[in-house]
Every structure is written in structure tokens, then in C-alpha cells.
Design a binder for this molecule. Structure first.
Ligand code: TXA
Ligand code: MG
Length: 313
């Protein structure tokens, strides 16, 4: 199939209404969307990404009235989080409504719901007129795409359309919170830090099980975020051993030279650049990427989570 590139949300949404799959920007990463109620279209997402069928999708809503279309029994915890953080980089897991096909939730009775705050994403969702399920728009296992060019690199010829926006502002995926149990649990750290969540829900806990056999957080079982290059975590650029054909990303290289480097002024900038840097390094044929360890506060926790996964991959 030919993949159409467009900057027009109306043109992109027309594909969704016809049962197609469309990549679109959000404030976190680019998503690959389909009409949540169209089983054949949702199946195309799994096929295009080569995504394992046991990994559930997030439903993206354009306005709060769509919440009750995809979910039911909004718990107190979910309601508080929605009030505080929608629209924004937060996904709440709630009970799914009977209309949502099981293929979208990988057979689960629950569904992740998120309302992006990104202007173009919202214009697109409004034109779609239906909630849109969307995982990140990368081939499974690759770093999530933060530019439309990264989407094209992975999915050209495999999807109907790419809605072209700017590079995504945050660069890491949304925070996922399971709100279905007695105590809300952070399943995936993300742009919204635990400190911020605690201000709204002091009782919130962080998922601590062995993520490899967790049933609670299906996506965490799968290999993620891996560039082809080997990823090594260092405290400091001086610790980087074997700098030939090596790259460095972090806050301070202390004058150490690498074949490629990204020196970031803040944790936010580090998060914003990480996945794109992984992809650039792969295109440049880099063998090792040294990632500097940072404090796990705010977005630092999500950043280090992604870096560790990449290092394990
Ligand atoms: O920022 C984001 O969340 C991006 C943009 C496109 O919105 N989307 C994204 O989707 O990162 P994906 O599919 O790459 O990651 C979704 C995560 C997975 O870890 C998945 O297991 C978890 O959310 N998830 C989705 N539905 C769930 C459910 N019902 N129960 C538990 N975890 C769920
Ligand atoms: Mg993903």
C-alpha cells in the first residue's frame, strides 16, 4: 500500500472513517491509530507494527464525553486523575465498555484511556468522530517515534497515512495508571512524575513485580525501545570504555570526545532527544551508545526506565 503524507487532519481522519490506519503526532510520541470499534482496522495496527496480540492498546479520546463510550465504572481514583491531568500525557486503565472489541484490549476486560493535549492530535481526533486506539507508531521493539520521519522509517508502505506534525514535545510515552483495583498502581512511568500523581492520589503505588511475567502490565513483558547499537549506562562520560565508534547522550560529557554526542541542558531535553538519538546512531552505524544516568525524579524516572530497557534489549 502507498503511505500518504499529509499535514491536514481532515484528510488523515478520512482514512480512519474508512477503516484505515493512520499515524499521528501527540505530545508524547507518534501513535498509530484506528477506529476502536472497527475490528478489522484494529487488526491492521497489530499487523503493521508486528505487535504481539497480547499487548493491549490505548484508546485516545478527543473530548471527555467519549470516556463513557469506551469505559464504564469510572472509579474515584480514575476520576481524580482525569480531573487533574486530562488532557495530557496520562493514561488511566479502567473497566472497558461492552462495545469495545476484545482485540483492542488484547482480551482484557479493562482499557487504557488517554486524552492528548496536542493541538493537531485534538483536531485529528475531532475529525475522526470516534475514539481511536493507538500504540506508538514504531515497529514492535524499536524506539518509539518522535518525528514523522521516524514513523516513515519503520512503517512506510505498511500504513495508510502519516499526519505530519513537528517533533513531539515530551519524547517519552504517557504515564499509565491502573485505576481498577483498591489501590491505584503506576504500571508505566512517563511524563507525569510520581510526585505529581501523589499530590492528587497520595495512596498511589508503583508497580514493583517482575515485569517479565506480569499480567498486570502486559506491555512491560515485551522487549522495548532497542536501537541496534548496544546501550550502556554510565554515571559519567569518563566511565565510557571503548570510545571508538561510540556515542554519548547525557547532561555533561566533561570534554570527552565521541563519534556522536548529545549534550542536554535538562532532564526534559534528554527525554525529548533520547529516542531520536537512538535512531540517528543506528543510521550512522554506531556500535555502542553510552547513556548518562540521571536522578530518578520527575521525568527522570521514566527516562531511566526506558534507558534500562534499551540496555537490556
Ligand atoms: O504516550 C503514549 O501512551 C503513546 C501515545 C501514542 O499515546 N502510546 C503508547 O502506546 O505508548 P503503547 O501501545 O506503545 O503502550 C501502551 C502501554 C503498554 O505498556 C500496554 O501494556 C499498556 O499501555 N496498557 C494498555 N492497555 C492496558 C490495559 N488495559 N491494562 C494494562 N496495561 C495496559
Ligand atoms: Mg510502544
Amino acid at each position: 500500500m502507498e503511505t500518504l503524507l499529509t499535514a491536514d487532519p481532515k484528510e488523515a481522519a478520512a482514512f480512519i472513517r474508512r477503516g484505515g490506519v493512520v499515524a499521528f503526532p501527540t505530545e508524547t510520541v507518534y501513535g498509530l491509530g484506528a477506529n476502536v470499534f472497527d475490528e478489522a482496522a484494529v487488526a491492521k495496527i497489530f499487523e503493521a507494527k508486528r505487535r504481539p496480540a497480547d499487548n493491549p492498546l490505548i484508546a485516545h479520546i478527543g473530548d471527555l464525553s467519549q470516556l463513557e463510550v469506551v469505559s464504564e465504572e469510572i472509579t474515584e481514583a480514575a476520576r481524580k486523575l482525569i480531573e487533574a491531568f486530562f488532557p495530557g500525557p496520562l493514561t488511566v486503565v479502567v473497566k472497558k465498555s461492552a462495545h469495545v472489541p476484545l482485540i483492542a484490549t488484547a482480551g482484557l476486560g479493562t482499557i487504557g484511556v488517554r486524552m492528548p493535549r496536542h493541538t493537531l492530535a485534538r483536531a485529528f481526533l475531532a475529525e475522526c468522530g470516534t475514539p481511536v486506539v493507538a500504540p506508538s507508531a514504531n515497529l514492535s521493539g524499536r524506539p518509539s517515534p518522535t518525528t514523522w520521519q521516524a514513523v516513515l522509517e519503520d512503517l512506510d508502505g505498511r500504513i495508510d497515512c502519516i499526519l505530519q506534525g513537528d517533533a513531539t514535545e515530551i519524547g517519552l510515552e504517557s504515564t499509565v495508571v491502573d485505576c481498577t483495583g483498591a489501590v491505584p498502581i503506576v504500571l508505566r512511568s512517563g511524563a507525569i512524575g510520581v510526585e505529581e500523581l501523589r499530590r492528587v492520589l497520595p495512596e498511589i503505588t508503583i508497580f514493583a513485580g517482575d515485569t517479565k511475567d506480569s499480567a498486570a502490565s502486559p506491555g512491560m513483558r515485551h522487549k522495548h525501545y532497542s536501537p541496534r547499537a548496544r546501550v550502556v549506562i554510565v554515571g559519567d562520560a569518563g566511565e565510557a570504555k571503548g570510545r571508538e565508534n561510540a556515542a554519548f547522550i547525557g547532561l555533561d560529557a566533561r570534554g570527552v570526545e565521541f563519534a556522536k554526542s548529545a549534550i542536554c541542558a535538562s532532564a526534559e531535553e534528554y527525554a525529548h532527544r533520547l529516542f531520536a538519538f537512538f535512531r540517528e546512531c543506528d543510521l550512522a552505524g554506531i556500535d555502542v551508545i553510552f547513556c548518562q544516568r540521571i536522578d530518578e525524579t520527575g521525568i527522570g524516572r521514566a527516562l531511566m526506565d526506558r534507558v534500562r530497557r534499551a540496555a537490556e534489549g
